[in-house]
Design a protein around this ligand. Structure first.
Ligand SMILES: Cc1ncc(COP(=O)(O)O)c(C=O)c1O
Length: 339
């Protein structure tokens, strides 16, 4: 293997550091090195009446969210199968965290990456992607549900058809994402907890809930998995409506949902997400993003339905930090505009 070389450093972007062309197995080896940065994330206790509540801090992952796990595992598996090689251009539709993780990891191992984003992306993520990726495609047209997902997916299809050696990581239907959470996220939970009564998980592509629920049900047969969605999302059959907070909810029913073992669903209005994010900061000192607040709001709503006499052990995931939500969830003026 020859030393890495700087290939590109124009238009204010960070230089892309890539190795000389290598075999698919060389790529797999470089990806495997990433494993060292994906260390187990901590869980912390939060004071809450009637239960032993814990938050697993997924924002500690190297690029800053739970999506680091799926991005790493999907790339690793694809490289092992020879589906991606040094000449591959990875293409993906993402409103933020998954694109950020792919951008960082593909750059690290010397692959090209084209993220397809939409106007709902936070300014911080868009700047990050534009610094790192030579091409960022932003769709502007809303689809028939009022969201952008279908438009983004059409663009992905177009780019895959017109870009040589394109590879779509397909976070919406990739079973490697489920395996990532089974092997990484859920394995850590099993190592950390003797027993668990309820786990609340925000859903978007359903990769997290599918992988985590499958492993937790094996380890704790009586655990209840509560899926957390946002009002206006269609994942569990709701009426589609414009949503503003990324990371939780979807305008399609994700393929991976059928792999999840779910006991109940709670759907949260975005104004309750805002309140819960602020409460997590104010009361517990956790500065976390929209899906974390949505899960916390669901726990508070659900509390009366849990057997509090036994002080159940309850866990939720803090999927990302609050930084990207400063101009939305944490801005009082923005929040008053929510219907
Ligand atoms: C902040 C955040 N929370 C939760 C999720 C949901 O995870 P999944 O897509 O695995 O359902 C996402 C997905 O993008 C996310 O970005």
């Amino acid at each position: 293997m020859r030393a890495a070389s700087v290939l590109e450093a124009d238009e204010g972007r960070l230089p892309v550091v890539a190795s000389e062309p290598q075999s698919a197995s060389g790529l797999a080896t470089r990806l495997e090195l990433l494993r060292n940065t994906l260390r187990p994330t901590p869980h912390v206790p939060l004071a809450m009446e009637g239960m032993n509540l814990f938050a697993k801090l997924e924002y500690v992952n190297p690029v800053g969210s739970i999506k680091d796990r799926a991005a790493y595992w999907i790339l690793k598996r694809a490289a092992e199968r020879g589906e991606i090689r040094d000449e591959t251009t990875v293409i993906e539709s993402s409103s933020g965290n998954f694109a950020a993780a792919l951008a960082a990891f593909t750059r690290l191992v010397g692959l090209r990456f084209i993220p397809v984003i939409d106007p709902n992306i936070s300014g911080a993520y868009e700047s990050f992607l534009r610094r790192i990726c030579p091409t960022v495609v932003k769709v502007e047209k809303r689809d028939d549900t009022g969201g952008f997902l279908k438009t983004r997916l059409q663009m992905v299809k177009h780019l895959c058809a017109t870009t040589p050696n394109a590879y779509w990581t397909n976070q919406y239907g990739n079973l490697d994402a489920v395996e990532a959470h089974y092997e990484l996220t859920a394995a850590e939970i099993c190592a950390d907890f003797e027993s668990l009564d309820s786990v609340f998980i925000g859903v978007s592509t359903a990769g997290t809930i599918a992988g985590v629920s499958r492993r937790l049900k094996e380890r704790y047969p009586k655990v209840r998995i509560i899926a957390v969605d946002t009002e206006g999302s269609v994942i569990f059959g709701g009426t589609p409506r414009k949503r503003h907070i990324p990371g939780v909810g979807s305008s399609i029913v994700p393929q991976l949902l059928s792999h999840a073992k779910i006991d109940d669903v709670v759907s949260i209005h975005e104004s309750d997400t805002v309140e819960a994010c602020r409460a997590l900061l104010r009361t517990h000192g956790l500065f976390v993003g929209g899906s974390s607040g949505t899960a916390f709001a669901a726990i508070k709503r659900y509390a009366s339905r849990m057997a509090v006499s036994n002080r159940p052990t309850v866990l939720f995931l803090c999927a990302d930090r609050g930084t990207a939500y400063l101009d939305t969830v944490f801005d009082p003026a923005w929040a008053t505009r929510l219907e």
